[in-house]
Design a protein around this ligand. Sequence first.
Ligand code: GLP
Length: 247
Amino acid sequence: MRVIVVKDPQTMGKRAADLIQEVMESKPHFVLGLATGSTPMPLYKELIRRHKDEKLDFSTVITFNLDEYVGLKPTHDQSYRYFMNKHLFDHININKKCTHVPCGIGDDLEAECLMYEEMIEDVGGVDYQVLGIGSNGHIGFNEPGTSLASRTHVTQLTESTIKDNSRMFAKVQDVPTQAVTMGIGTVLDAERVVLVANGANKTKAIKAALEGPITAMCPASALQLHPGVTYVITEDCAKGLTIAVER
Ligand code: GLP
């Protein structure tokens, strides 16, 4: 496990972009797994800057997002499809048809989940998966207690995640209580993973994920099983870690 500790979120975005760009430029049909939330935003800003200033080319890139709220249309300003368009896809030369976000509306979400898994498999799997982390250790929307072998599924959000994410909504009652998420097993199938984190509210989850037991009670701890994971985290998040880190 590589752990890179950086001084601020901007540097976190740059270091994560470096990791992704290196693999992206070596593969003709690069498959990028994407995350939402405020943490990956400096990374997306940096990818946009590299596209604009350095001609970083996304024309053949395929993307799969981790998750989506159940019940929000793609046009809803809190849907993860809307977020991705606004913060990344609208600013780079990606073919929108090659960008995938799980579908959170419809009568048969189970079938949608199966289809999502098949689409990922059909393109040969994810080359680089971007992850954030919830303050309770969740990745995607895999809440504590989710099977480490889970695949894309519909999940119930915990009180703590609803509370954390309510800052984006007018009131807590507006936060959907369910989501569609890639499973932990789906995430572990990616060739490489970069997890970004900043802020003192993530310190406990980062310590548990990196140094605690591998347990479904901290979904991110499953990444200890994966040989290709890099954490890029800020100083405040790295407080109290005893494992070796790079700076
Ligand atoms: C949501 C997303 C996660 C994300 C988490 C943390 O729950 N489903 O993928 O990692 O929020 O968000 P933030 O980066 O805003 O703290």
